[in-house]
Design a binder for this molecule. Structure first.
Ligand code: FAD
Length: 417
C-alpha cells in the first residue's frame, strides 16, 4: 500500500512537462536557449543558483566566440563595450626575456577582448523570453520514463518530464554522469584570478601579457581603460616552502601566495602591482580539471534525446582561454541541429529527427573537443613547467608553436543558426 501511495504521489508531481529542458544557465546553456529561441523553438533552462550567477571573472573572448555571439545576434553590443586586444607577449619568468610576441593585426581579421562573465550572461539572458530561465531549480537525478521522456528530480522534491534533455551543467554535470561520461581528471594544477581597478586609467597597452615557467603561469590583460583582469596558475609542490602551510582560504593570504613566486622571479614590479591593487574575486584556489581527450574519442556525447555541451562535455584547463568560447560554439551548433530537427526539415518522426539531430551535433563536437582539451593541457604543461629541458625547449623552440596553437584554436567558425 505504501508503494502504491508513493507511486500515485509521484504521478501527481510529474504532471508538469516540457519539450526541451536545458540544465544550467552558464554560457553553453544560455547560448543554446537563445539559438533555439531565434529559430522559433521554445526551451526552458533550469538553473540551480537563485539568480544569474554574479562573478567578476573575465573571459578571453576570441574570434570563435565573436562568431558565435554574432550568430546569436548579440556580438555588437559586447564589442562596443570592450577594448580590443591587439597582441600577445609571452615573457620568460626565469630570464625576463620575451619568448614570443604576436601582433594580432598581422594575423588577418582577429578580434579578441576580455569580457566579464556577468556581462556575457546578461546579454544572452536579456534576449530570452521572460520565464525561460527557472532559477533555484537544481537537478539531482534523472530517470527514464516509458518511451523516450526523461524524468528530472529537483532538489526541492518536485519532478519535471522532459522530451529532450540538454546538460549544460558544468564540470560536475549530472547529465554527463547519466550519459556515462567519465569523471573529469585533476591536472594537478590550481588557479586563481582577480580584477584590478585603476580609476584614473591603467596605462597598459591593449595586449595580453604572460609570464611563464618557474612552476607558474601568470598573465594579465586590460578589459577596458580602467580594469585589468589577471590570472595565476601553479602546481603545488610538496617541497617548495612557498606552498607549505599556505592557507589559500582567505583573500589576503591568497594574494600573498600569488605574489610569492613571481616576486622571486623576473616578473617586473609594474606587473606585480596589478595583483597588489586588485580585488580578489576568488579567495580560494580552484583545482583545474579536464576530461581526458582519449575518453572523449569514445564518449556518448548524445544518447537518444539527451546530450551535453560546454564544460559538461569538455572541461579543459584554462591555458587557451577557450572553455567559455567553445561553450558558445556548442550552443550555436546544438541550436542549429536540434532546431532543424524539431522544425522537421528531414523525414521521419519527431523522435527520430531529434535523435539524429543530437547525433549530428555530437559528431561535430567530438573531434573539436578532443583537440581543445588536448591542446590546452599541453600548452599549460609546457608553459608552466620548471623542468630544465622543457624550459630550454620552450624558450628556444616551442614558444612560437604554442602561440600558433592558441590562435589556430581560436579561429573556428561555428556557422550561423
Ligand atoms: C581560471 C580559469 C580561467 C578561465 N579563463 C577562460 C577564458 O579566458 N576564456 C574562456 O573562454 N574560458 C575560460 N575559462 C573556462 C570557462 O570558465 C568555462 O569553460 C565556462 O564557464 C563553461 O561554461 P558552461 O556554461 O559550460 O558551464 P558553467 O559556467 O559552469 O555553467 C554551468 C551552470 O550550470 C549550473 N548547474 C550546475 N549543476 C546544476 C544542476 N544540477 N542543476 C541545475 N543547474 C546546475 C551552474 O550553477 C552554472 O550556472 C576559465 C576557467 C578557469 C577555471
Amino acid at each position: 500500500r505504501k508503494f502504491t501511495a508513493a507511486a500515485a504521489s509521484m504521478q501527481r508531481q510529474e504532471e508538469s512537462g516540457e519539450d526541451i529542458v536545458i540544465v544550467g544557465a552558464g554560457l553553453a546553456g544560455l547560448a543554446a536557449a537563445l539559438g533555439l529561441h531565434r529559430k522559433g523553438v521554445r526551451s526552458v533552462v533550469l538553473e540551480s543558483s537563485p539568480s544569474l550567477r554574479a562573478s567578476g571573472f573575465a573571459f578571453a573572448t576570441w574570434p570563435n566566440a565573436f562568431r558565435a555571439l554574432d550568430a546569436l545576434g548579440v556580438g555588437d553590443q559586447i564589442r562596443k563595450l570592450h577594448l580590443h586586444i591587439e597582441g600577445l607577449r609571452v615573457m620568460s619568468a626565469s630570464t625576463g626575456e620575451i619568448a614570443k610576441e604576436v601582433d594580432f593585426r598581422d594575423e588577418g581579421p582577429h578580434e579578441t577582448c576580455r569580457v566579464t562573465r556577468d556581462l556575457l550572461l546578461r546579454a544572452l539572458e536579456e534576449e530570452l523570453p521572460a520565464g525561460t530561465i527557472r532559477y533555484s531549480s537544481k537537478i539531482v537525478s534523472i530517470h527514464d520514463q516509458d518511451g523516450a521522456a526523461k524524468i528530472l528530480h529537483l532538489a526541492d522534491g518536485s519532478t519535471l518530464r522532459a522530451k529532450v534533455l540538454i546538460g549544460c551543467d558544468g564540470v560536475n554535470s549530472v547529465v554527463a554522469k547519466w550519459l556515462g561520461l567519465p569523471k573529469p581528471s585533476h591536472s594537478g594544477r590550481l588557479a586563481t584570478r582577480g580584477l584590478a581597478h585603476y580609476p584614473d586609467g591603467h596605462g597598459f597597452q591593449p595586449e595580453f601579457l604572460q609570464f611563464i615557467g618557474h612552476g607558474f603561469r601568470f598573465g594579465f590583460v586590460p578589459c577596458d581603460g580602467t580594469r585589468i583582469y589577471w590570472f595565476y596558475t601553479w602546481s603545488p609542490s610538496q617541497n617548495a616552502s612557498a606552498d607549505k602551510g599556505v592557507d589559500v582560504e582567505g583573500a589576503a593570504k591568497m594574494k600573498q601566495h600569488v605574489l610569492a613566486r613571481p616576486r622571486s622571479s623576473k616578473v617586473p614590479a609594474g606587473a606585480l602591482e596589478v595583483v597588489e591593487r586588485s580585488h580578489m574575486s576568488d579567495a580560494s584556489a580552484a583545482p583545474l580539471r579536464f576530461r581526458s581527450p582519449l575518453s572523449l574519442l569514445f564518449a556518448s556525447i548524445s544518447k537518444g534525446n539527451v546530450c551535453v555541451a560546454g564544460d559538461a562535455l569538455h572541461p579543459m584547463t584554462p591555458d587557451l582561454g577557450q572553455g567559455g568560447c567553445s561553450a558558445l560554439e556548442d550552443g550555436v551548433i546544438l541550436a542549429r541541429c536540434l532546431g532543424d530537427a524539431v522544425l522537421g526539415a528531414e523525414a521521419g518522426t519527431e523522435e527520430e529527427r531529434i535523435e539524429s539531430g543530437l547525433r549530428e551535433y555530437a559528431g561535430m563536437r567530438r573531434w573539436r573537443s578532443v583537440q581543445l582539451v588536448g591542446a590546452a593541457y599541453m600548452v599549460g604543461f609546457v608553459q608552466q613547467s620548471d623542468n630544465a629541458v622543457v624550459s630550454f625547449l620552450r624558450e628556444k623552440v616551442l614558444a612560437g608553436a604554442l602561440a600558433r596553437s592558441l590562435l589556430k584554436m581560436a579561429d573556428y567558425d561555428c556557422g550561423t543558426l
